[in-house]
Design a protein around this ligand. Sequence first.
Ligand code: COA
Length: 177
Amino acid sequence: MRMIVRESACLQGSTRDALRELWDRAFGDRFSEDDADHAYGGVHVIAIDDDRIVGHASAIPRRIQFGDARWRTIAYVEAVAVHPDVQRGGLGTHIMRVLQDEMRGRWPTAMLSTGRATGFYEALGWERWQGLSYTLTSGGPLEDGEHGGLMVLRLDGSSDPDVHLTVTCEERAGDAW
Ligand SMILES: CC(C)(COP(=O)(O)OP(=O)(O)OC[C@H]1O[C@@H](n2cnc3c(N)ncnc32)[C@H](O)[C@@H]1OP(=O)(O)O)[C@@H](O)C(=O)NCCC(=O)NCCS
């Protein structure tokens, strides 16, 4: 098993096809074309076993507003997946640790949105966001409603941001968060 770290710009078509296959296997029909697009534009950690991609996570820069503070650029984690054949063997944790080290040198804070895996991320130091979340649309900020799966990781170790504040992201195709 080897772990590689690559910028999106360095990933060729064949690697992108193999990643799409991995996401389809890991997420089933929960993973859309927009979800795949969201995974690119930053840095990837890819686990390869015997020339086969068996795990992935990426982080992209996104502009986020905490409370009414100035907008800032943070890391947003996308497309975390381990092939079903090798899940629950520690690979997801290993990939995330490598990605977290990589993000630490680049951004002060990271966020992600997860449906079912909050426990997996909590074990890696992530906290659940407690405040309301919004999406900034052309018509202004729109409340997302309850969003139990939004999480934050303090890469710089500071107590900022306060998880009870509101948090706003910019609109994009597909899921905003
Ligand atoms: C979530 C995922 C990446 C975890 O990878 P993994 O290699 O299986 O995880 P690990 O073996 O490192 O798990 C470590 C611990 O995290 C927790 N955990 C792992 N997967 C979990 C899940 N799907 N839900 C809740 N907790 C989970 C468990 O406590 C696990 O320890 P245990 O096996 O001793 O109980 C993998 O299950 C996956 O690809 N799932 C489908 C896609 C997905 O949901 N991705 C995350 C979306 S944000």
